[in-house]
Design a protein around this ligand. Structure first.
Ligand code: UDP
Ligand code: MG
Length: 328
């Protein structure tokens, strides 16, 4: 008998989630079995250094609906999600965190909306539990800034927890940019989108894999990936500086006429201005450099990830990218 194509693919990135994987599987099974339709759970091991893979393998052995994509090293959350999307075969793909901060029950609500005709159903965090004031505040600020400056409208307070129809998934798979901000990319794709509210639970096992450094990088990927705002700042600043320079000439001339040639004498002003200009130029060269770096990334055309092994996945089911074998 041929294996029937699942209706739902649950995709979860896993990085050092020992103790969470089994719970995730149990919860997904409990919730998804109530749909009465075939489903699969695609677990992407993003280079975990703890017992996550063993836990994943135990689940896959007991239940062939559990698929494993095992990365050769840690490639990061967004790349892990990308791999999961690439390998998913369902008619709807649901992205969920492996730490159970996203309650699986919400999937049923998403499924309902999907059946009503929506192609993207994203989960909106009405409340976040058990997270530090700093995390909540920076996250709040982040979503609002992104909302203001990006070209596509990315809904506020949504994470990657969402359901996507295969139509959307097909487009996403064709977007191979290296600096990925998946929630922005799904917004960019379009189709009929809607949100469901949920309460983001506290992490019960393990700790966040998003330290400040990664959060800043993530925010920067979002900004540069979906907005030219950093480049546009240049013109405003250059305008203001130009205006100041134009105003300074008559002002200094008048002051000198009134107070004599000793006023503002010496080279102090020149040096200060030179330093100031140099600092501005370097700052904007840095920004420009960020874009150049991205162009470089794209031009290089490296695969996004290198897969060491897969389990419970048929031969040749992998997408074009990320394969280590079958290349001439
Ligand atoms: N994750 C990953 N690779 C990473 C960092 C995180 O696959 O480099 C996974 C992690 O296992 C979890 C999800 O991405 O399933 C979200 O990470 P986390 O819970 O640490 O983020 P937070 O909820 O604190 O924003
Ligand atoms: Mg989490």
């Amino acid at each position: 008998m041929r294996e029937t194509r699942p209706v739902y693919s649950i995709v979860a990135p896993v990085y050092n989630e020992e103790g969470n994987v089994t719970r995730l599987y149990d919860e997904i099974k409990r919730v998804m079995d109530t749909t009465g339709e075939p489903w699969e759970l695609v677990l992407v091991n993003d280079g975990s250094r703890d017992g996550s893979l063993t836990e994943m393998q135990a689940a896959a052995e007991a239940d062939p609906r559990v698929k494993i994509v095992n990365f050769a090293r840690n490639f990061g959350h967004q790349i892990a999600v990308t791999a999961g999307i690439d390998y998913a075969s369902g008619r709807a793909v649901i992205l969920i965190d492996a730490d159970l901060q996203d309650p699986p029950e919400v999937i049923l609500e998403m499924v309902e909306r999907w059946k009503a005709g929506y192609e993207v159903v994203y989960a909106v965090r009405a409340e976040r539990k058990g997270e530090t004031w700093f995390k909540r505040t920076t996250a709040r600020l982040f979503y609002r800034v992104i909302y203001r400056i990006t070209d596509v409208s990315i809904p506020l307070d949504t994470g990657d927890f969402r359901l996507m129809d295969e139509k959307v998934v097909r487009v996403l798979r064709s977007m191979r940019e290296h600096n990925r901000f998946i929630r922005g990319m799904t917004s960019w794709v379009g189709f009929k989108q809607t949100g469901v509210n949920y309460v983001r639970e506290a992490r019960t096992v393990g700790e966040t894999k998003y330290p400040l450094r990664k959060m800043i990088r993530f925010a920067w990927d979002a900004v540069t990936g979906f907005s030219y705002f950093p480049l546009q700042i240049m013109i405003y600043v250059s305008f203001v500086l130009g205006l100041l320079a134009v105003l300074a000439i008559p002002i200094f001339s008048i002051l000198r006429l009134v107070y004599g040639p000793e006023f503002f004498g010496g080279q102090a002003t020149t040096i200060v201005l030179l330093l100031l200009l140099g600092s501005f130029q370097l700052f904007f060269l840095f920004i420009l450099g960020q874009y150049v770096a991205r162009t470089y990334d794209e031009a290089r055309g490296r695969p996004l990830y290198v897969v060491a092994s897969t389990e419970n996945l048929p031969e040749g089911s992998a997408p074009e990218e990320g394969l280590t074998d079958e290349r001439p």
